[in-house]
Design a protein around this ligand. Structure first.
Ligand SMILES: *Cc1c(COP(=O)(O)O)cnc(C)c1O
Length: 367
């Protein structure tokens, strides 16, 4: 008889914990008089365009949409994205959310022991995934987190560094590294992949996609989860040089993006003026909210995305009070140097006025 051993994961997964988010979904009060304001995960605060919903219900009514596999490699969506991004179809792949795109990039290019630079603070999903492929990760902390800073990258990158991850605009600080700076890095480290996560591109309006035909060492990831209001549907995409895209397609599962996701994304791009006006509203909301906080002497950092960072000496208490008012924000105080910070997503102007009303109630009750 062969002795039965405990089943263990591979050595890179051994030290990893199950992702434990602060799940606001469990705390939301749907029955009370205060409408929930879910402002913790940077999702859009409104549903997708009505045309997107119509396209989704049309799928259910049509025959052979659910029993057959979806269109392989999301070909029609790639075509629509070529138009949206101004890139060629062979410079784009669609993934099941951009998080899956990040994993695809890691699995395609990294080997155990490869050096990866992830400046902090930033979006941590990528960090965990890079650990599971055995990367040696440098996590230098940006000294001026609210100013774009390429020196932190230069000080920690060598000619042998395999990959540098830059969230642009960054989550949670909202800073934007100018495209010119990115281009300088691409030239300086020609054998290093620069992965630019543009999850908040629509809010910032600036992109590095124009560099992909000139440099084979840049890869850009984007998502429909934020400005396009489709986080529940899971669609993301990658833009890169044709040579890179050809390599990514080796491991890409051509049927991993389901038919609802593909159809909704095509409709969202077709009716993109809806997203454009949402983006405008978010920018106005940010201005409104920032001037409110400043009028109350609360420190707040503006961003190029759909959120702001707020610093408050009693932030935990404030977050708890906001939750009592059915407002959900994200505690970011576990990041180095951000001991009293929380992040708050902004939505429509009406929602922001309501947010300010509840915030004021809390502040006034403290007196
Ligand atoms: C929200 C977010 C994502 C997640 O995108 P999905 O397409 O929903 O997987 C990726 N990167 C950053 C920086 C984000 O903030």
């Amino acid at each position: 008889m062969i002795e039965r051993k405990e089943i263990r994961p591979n050595r890179f997964v051994e030290g990893i914990d199950i992702y434990n988010p602060s799940v606001s979904l469990d705390k939301i009060d749907y029955s009370g008089s205060l409408t929930p304001l879910k402002l913790d995960w940077n999702e859009a605060t409104i549903p997708p365009a009505p045309e997107v919903k119509q396209a989704l219900s049309a799928i259910i009514k049509r025959n052979n949409t659910l029993n057959w596999y979806p269109e392989l490699f999301s070909k029609s969506l790639v075509r629509a994205l070529a138009d949206y991004t101004g890139r060629r179809e062979d410079e784009i792949v669609v993934t099941n959310g951009s998080d899956d795109g990040l994993v695809l990039i890691l699995r395609t290019f990294l080997e155990p022991g490869d050096h990866v630079v992830i400046p902090h603070p930033t979006y941590t999903h990528f960090l965990t995934q890079a650990e599971t492929v055995g990367a040696l990760i440098s996590k230098p902390v940006t000294r001026t987190p609210f100013q774009p800073d390429s020196s932190v990258i230069i000080n920690n990158t060598t000619a042998d560094t395999k990959l540098v991850y830059i969230v642009n605009p960054n989550n949670p600080t909202g800073t934007l590294l100018p495209v010119k700076e990115i281009e300088r890095l691409l030239k300086r480290y020609p054998n290093t992949i620069f992965l630019i996560d543009e999850a908040y591109y629509e809010f910032a309006g600036e992109t590095a996609t124009g560099l992909v035909s000139l440099y084979p060492n840049i890869i850009i990831s984007r998502t429909f989860s934020k400005a396009f209001a489709m986080a529940g549907l899971r669609v993301g995409y990658i833009v890169a040089n044709t040579a890179v895209i050809t390599l990514l397609k080796r491991l890409l599962n051509p049927k991993s993006v389901n038919i609802f996701a593909q159809t909704a994304a095509i409709a969202a791009l077709k009716y993109r003026h809806y997203t454009e006006s949402y983006v405008q509203a978010v920018h106005q909301s940010k201005e409104l909210f920032i001037s409110f906080l400043r009028s109350r002497n609360i420190t707040v950092f503006d961003s190029r995305a759909n959120f702001v960072m707020v610093e408050h000496p009693h932030h935990k208490q404030l977050l708890a009070q906001l939750e009592q008012h059915n407002v959900f924000t994200r505690d970011r105080s576990n990041f180095a140097g951000m001991e009293h910070f929380f992040r708050i997503t902004l939505g429509t102007i009406d929602q922001t006025k309501e947010l300010i009303r509840r915030f004021e109630m809390i502040l006034n009750s403290e007196k």
